[in-house]
Ligand binder design. Structure first.
Ligand SMILES: *Cc1c(COP(=O)(O)O)cnc(C)c1O
Length: 222
C-alpha cells in the first residue's frame, strides 16, 4: 500500500480526539511530501539536526514534533519552530527550552516523559518527579514553556497484558497530575502508542499516537 493509503486507513480507525503524529525519522523528503499531500500536517522526528534539515525545505504549515531524547545544547536549533517537545525528562532541560523560547519570543509546548517501561534503556521521570516540577516555584517562573501533558513508551514486548498495564499507569499518572493545573501546566495530551501498540494505547486513554512504520514502511538504519 502507498503512504497515502496507509494514512487514510489509519485515520479512518482513529477516534476524533486522537492526534496522529506521523513519525518520519530516517525517511526522505519525498515520503514526507507524499504524506503532506495526503493531508497530514503533524510530523515527528527524533533527531534535532534531521528535523531542522527537513523543516528548512518543507512547507511551513507543517507542525514539527520532537519525539526523541533532547540534548540541552541542541535546543537552540529548533526553538524557533518546534511545536511540541515530547521527551522532557528533567528540569534543567525545561530551563533551557524556556531560555531559547524567550529568545524567539514564543512559548514552547512540552510533554513530560514518564518512565512506564520496565526496561532500563527507556528515559523518563517518575510521577513524583513530575508533580514536584509542576508545583515548584522555579517552574512557575518559566513564562516561555507550557507543559501540556505527558508522554510514555511501553516496554518492547509482545506481552499485551504488560503493555496495557503500562499505558494504564500513564493514564493514571496523568489523571493524578491534572488537578495541579496552572498557567503553564495545562494538561490535555497523553502521547502514547506506536505502530505496534497504538490501538491498545487508545483504549487506555491516549490522545496522541506516534506512528512511523505503519505509515511509511519499515525503517532502514545504516
Ligand atoms: C520511532 C518512534 C516512534 C514510531 O515507531 P513505529 O514503531 O515506527 O511506529 C514513536 N515514538 C518514538 C519516541 C520513536 O522514537
Amino acid at each position: 500500500m502507498s503512504i497515502a493509503q496507509n494514512l487514510q486507513h489509519i485515520k479512518s480507525t482513529l477516534p476524533k480526539h486522537v492526534t496522529l503524529v506521523a513519525v518520519s525519522k530516517t525517511k526522505p523528503i519525498s515520503a514526507i511530501l507524499e504524506a503532506y499531500h495526503a493531508g497530514q500536517r503533524v510530523f515527528g522526528e527524533n533527531k534535532i539536526q534531521e528535523m531542522v534539515d527537513k523543516y528548512d525545505v518543507l512547507p511551513n504549515n507543517i507542525e514539527w514534533h520532537m519525539i526523541g531524547h533532547v540534548q540541552k545544547n541542541k535546543v537552540k536549533y529548533m526553538a524557533s519552530f518546534v511545536s511540541l517537545i515530547h521527551g522532557v525528562d528533567d528540569y534543567k532541560l525545561l530551563e533551557e527550552i524556556n531560555k531559547q523560547a524567550k529568545k524567539n519570543e514564543r512559548i514552547i509546548n512540552c510533554l513530560l516523559q514518564i518512565k512506564i517501561a520496565s526496561e532500563d534503556s527507556k528515559f523518563g521521570m517518575t510521577a513524583e518527579e513530575a508533580s514536584g516540577i509542576i508545583q515548584s516555584k522555579a517552574f512557575s517562573e518559566l513564562k516561555h514553556v507550557k507543559i501540556v501533558g505527558v508522554m510514555g513508551m511501553a516496554t518492547f514486548t509482545d506481552d499485551q497484558v504488560q503493555i496495557k498495564k503500562e499505558f494504564t499507569l500513564l493514564k493514571f499518572i496523568f489523571d493524578g497530575l491534572k488537578p495541579l493545573k496552572t498557567f503553564n501546566f495545562q494538561p490535555e495530551t497523553i502521547s502514547m502508542g506506536m505502530s505496534g501498540d497504538y490501538q491498545l494505547a487508545i483504549a487506555s486513554g491516549s490522545t496522541m499516537v506516534r506512528l512511523g512504520s505503519s505509515i511509511f514502511g519499515e525503517r532502514n538504519y545504516n
